[in-house]
Design a protein around this ligand. Sequence first.
Ligand SMILES: O=C(O)CCC(=O)C(=O)O
Length: 212
Amino acid sequence: MQPDLFDNSSAVQPQILPLPDADVTYYPGWLSADEASRIKQQLEGELEWHQDTIKIYGKLVKIPRLQAWHGDPDAQYSYSGLSMTPAPWTNTLRDLRRQLTAHCQASFNSVLANWYRNGQDSMGMHADDEPELGSEPVIASLTLGHARPFVFMHKRSKRKSKVMLEHGSLLVMKGTTQQCYQHGIAKTARKIDDRINLTYRYIYASEQPNNA
Ligand SMILES: O=C(O)CCC(=O)C(=O)O
């Protein structure tokens, strides 16, 4: 059983997660519930959703969620062997980027959107540690829809912890978080509603990121 990092049921204050070797802050209610629902509905119709296929042990399998990649034209991203060319910013994504840039005091030139249609959709454990993200990326992750537990696993100690990502919440990972941890969203057999997650990132165009 993984320890819950927080009982965040009644919290509204930002919470620094007590993870050694990481820098992660959770902001419950970063968007109001109404605003988060309105944005979720807009994104459902506005983004270029698709279901990618990846090769695992030589077999082609569909990834268990829908995805969309939007951003500046040169923000090319490779992920699990997929090379993604960004679709243009939509008004909703651009407006959120403006708010997140001010909030995080960081630049974002792209966003990966994940749409978990039900409890069977998931994201395997991984780190956002591709070279084009730089060595200490700032990743701003918004949750719209049904709350899902977000699991962290320390790469060396293998110790797992989790935080429940609520509707309208923001999770900001920076510093050495990606170097030291993997994260993911597990499947659940429970009948649950869908969830959209947006992770804003900065992709460096060259092989040599200038914040390395
Ligand atoms: O849905 C989430 O909260 C996780 C998304 C994620 O891990 C990623 O986009 O790298």
